[in-house]
Design a protein around this ligand. Structure first.
Ligand code: HEC
Length: 130
């Protein structure tokens, strides 16, 4: 009986931790968004010293995303900007497949690895707060 109670307790803790993580921390997300990383794949390809999410998505996420290498414009990241992707018809962070695809590509280009679940949740929390 005691072990059952412990198990229930542990599951409740995991559930609470999961919820906190899913909600994300907007301040941590902003720090992550703004941080530039020296010598990564994107920096090398664009011929600059350092690149972070901010380099393409912009210091003000309510302004256009402008690709650091190609100069291609593709809509602001801040949720309040209400940008709708002309190709998918979806708003920011509403299309799970698109979100997964871009997290994978851009985290690898900037960090050289995939982002953690916490980094992703924080990133989204920041942009939803803007
Ligand atoms: C070299 C330029 C570049 C950099 C650097 C970059 N991104 Fe992006 N990102 C893009 C482009 C281009 C898109 C697609 C924009 C569009 O058309 O919707 C995009 C889209 C995304 C999306 C999809 C958003 C949606 O519409 O739902 C996510 C998530 C994302 N980026 C995360 C990141 C993260 C996290 C970082 C930093 C670790 C980062 N990006 C750095 C260029 C960049």
């Amino acid at each position: 009986m005691k072990s059952v109670k412990l198990l229930v307790c542990a599951l409740a803790l995991v559930a609470v931790a999961g919820t906190a993580q899913a909600a994300g921390d907007a301040a941590a997300g902003k720090a992550f968004y703004d941080k530039e990383h020296a010598g990564n794949k994107y920096a090398t390809s664009a011929g600059v010293a350092a690149v972070g999410c901010v380099s393409c998505h912009g210091a003000n996420p309510k302004s256009e995303t402008k690709h650091i290498k190609t100069g291609k414009m593709s809509g602001p990241m801040a949720a309040s900007a209400g940008w709708v992707d002309p190709k998918t018809g979806s708003k920011r962070f509403a299309n799970a497949k698109k979100v997964a695809k871009w997290f994978k590509r851009n985290c690898k280009g900037v960090l050289g690895r995939e982002c953690t679940a916490t980094e992703k949740a924080n990133f989204i929390a920041y942009l939803k707060s803007q």
